[in-house]
Design a protein. Sequence first.
Length: 397
Amino acid sequence: MNGQLKNAAQVDSHPRIWLSPPHLGEQEKVYVEDAFRSNWIAPLGPHVDAFEREIAQYTGSHGALALASGTAALHLALRLAGVEHGDYVICSSLTFVASANPILYLGAHPVFVDVEPETWNMCPLAFERACRAVTDSGHTLKAAVVVNLYGQSADLQPIAETCDRYGIVLIEDAAESLGATYRGKASGTWGKYGVFSFNGNKIITTSGGGMLVSDDLAALATARHWATQARDPAPHYQHSAMGYNYRLSNVLAAIGRGQLEQLDARINRRRDLFRRYQQRLEGIEGFRFMPESPSGRSTRWLTAFTVDEELAGVSAGQLIDCLARRNIEARPVWKPLHLQPLFARSAYFPYFEGYSVCDRLFAEGICLPSGSSLTNEEQDLVIVTVETCLQNRNSLL
Ligand SMILES: *Cc1c(COP(=O)(O)O)cnc(C)c1O
């Protein structure tokens, strides 16, 4: 018994390895100190303006609006798309709840669509079926929120064509895919509106923040107005529309500018980590890594794979628990939104009748530590621990 305890203490003696922690450099401090020195401690200022210009330039978008969160950016995009109380909005099911919450803010109804096995992203055919069903039943369909999961763009071209055919606005939730490409264009610039997030776990972070991008500068000006309490241009506080307090702080934009200078290096590192995990673990029976679509380049924001319990002799959940006991944070793939109690009454369109892909990815999927600050030694420890968990599956699980 003592031997076992000692062993357990040894494997846990390393500091916790996190899924996707912030990774800061030196330039962030230089810009933040400038914000302090110049006393621009406000939800506007030169770093906000510069951050917007730099994101627009990086993505090739005509304009950008810095906001307090990616969720705020989605909310404003949906309102710009004309979504009102009682309208319908299509949304990917395999995503974080923030993709769909803003649909509820506007009193609209989300309709969820399954993913395809090739990309783990929205299935264009199921999307088409959903558009037809909603319009055939006489409801007003206004927009689609298409998510680019774990750093990879959805197959946006057929989805955009369907949007055009049904006259609905395509909003790209690119919160997880800043820096990815699809058919030669930046992820987030295929939709009429694109949304990025700088939350603490994203590929670059401002601790919290978001960005709305679009080629429609008039629409961005409207969103900017709404995001600053919709204050009319008058010295006495006058308001003709309902607004929000959604702008990004100049201090946080300063962090974002430093982070953005490192984005390409961060992407390369995350892709390296994916490749090393894949090389070392793909030979294990029952393990299958998230495929990379031939239509673009993923950032591999998170390394994700599925575990077939029959072949591997262990379930995804057991593997996650085993890693957690050894101080390594792994996570399941997002719980699909159509399975969430919050959306129990929303419609769902699976890959095909009676077969839902995202249900299976949720049951079998694992995300491994993927932060760009992860060292090779730490990654080796994760890999060896996965192997140990498998070898000891009968005694340790
Ligand atoms: C992180 C995330 C968001 C929300 O971004 P916040 O900046 O945290 O509000 C939205 N959608 C997806 C897919 C995300 O991963």
